[in-house]
Design a protein around this ligand. Sequence first.
Ligand SMILES: C[S@@+](CC[C@H](N)C(=O)[O-])C[C@H]1O[C@@H](n2cnc3c(N)ncnc32)[C@H](O)[C@@H]1O
Ligand code: SF4
Ligand code: SF4
Length: 343
Amino acid sequence: MLEYITKVNLRKAGLSGLFNLSMNYLECRTKPIKCISKPVTIMSEPTGDCNLKCKMCPRAAIDYKKQGSVDFEKWKEVMQKQFPYWHFHGFMGIGEPLLHPKFTDMIEYLEDRKVWKFVTTNATLLTDDKIKSLIKNNLNRMFISMDSSSKEMYETIRVGANFDKVCSNIKNLTNEIKKRKSKMEVILQSVLLKENAKDLPDMVRLASKLGVKEFRFQDIEIKFDTGWSTEEHAMRSNRSFFEKYIKEANKVGKELGVSVKFYNTSDYSLVRTKCVAPWNQAYIRWNGMITPCCTTLTHVHFFYGNIFEESFKDIWNNKKAMAFRKAARSKNQPKQCQKCSCL
Ligand SMILES: C[S@@+](CC[C@H](N)C(=O)[O-])C[C@H]1O[C@@H](n2cnc3c(N)ncnc32)[C@H](O)[C@@H]1O
Ligand code: SF4
Ligand code: SF4
């Protein structure tokens, strides 16, 4: 959270915004069941549809069924009316954000509101026009999923993607960023699977070749319990096997000036008490359903309510939201929090 707080636009925040930000910071520490502050981070899912069928993706848990996309005008209206105090906006979910025909308009809208914004994308649809528009509208950070350095393994994991095309898209992006002196941060990220463990050092080399300065690795969420999203494939179940590759990846990163970070690799038995998601963020699915975080997206019973039908003020402290917070801060955590990789 601290990483994001330094990015708040203080001039735009105003007194009430700063009060909310401080209150939210406090509530992330005290973890009340009923919150006075509103979330400072909004995550939204432009679409629940995707052009790939990745082996470890939670989409497999919903059987890759046709989902849908948010209506841009409706989304804008909700953002305008319901969220006066938010500073960070992430686009992710269980679809591919760039598949939404108005994705670049969403970024433009957020830029007008001076919100710090990021997206996680598979980069398959990153055309020259989109790159130009995203740079122009000051997308602050782009996470690009890159799960192997070998064409064969990448295309085995990311079913439907073309390794060479994605690499070329990334190179075009970093070239354009350089050319236009843009401040957009590009970060490659990968899930840790026993299948891609030996590629880690070469993945860092690939990042350097593509002009990317940071690589983040994180263990898979196993609770979707489908496809490769199972304990059998996870880093934490194969820790000793991963060790030498992690060490080498770190070494290569130092040599090439690529920052290498490993996230969420702590033991499954730990209680997830550090997580502040139920206090500092709201996740909006394409259909308006509000959920605490990305790992609860596939489970309808965790949904607090629908932003297109109720006011956010009512949803944020309703019975379901309060029950989730109560459980999340206890030793008796919701099923999704147990073994969550977002510790
Ligand atoms: C669900 S995707 C959505 C955004 C976009 N479609 C993409 O692939 O980047 C967001 C991120 O979650 C990662 N992911 C997929 N399955 C996962 C799992 N089982 N556990 C943890 N992360 C996972 C993806 O690799 C991707 O980096
Ligand atoms: S990980 Fe991303 S690209 Fe892959 S199937 Fe899931 S949503 Fe689509
Ligand atoms: S599932 Fe994970 S990210 Fe979501 S509230 Fe629980 S611990 Fe936090």
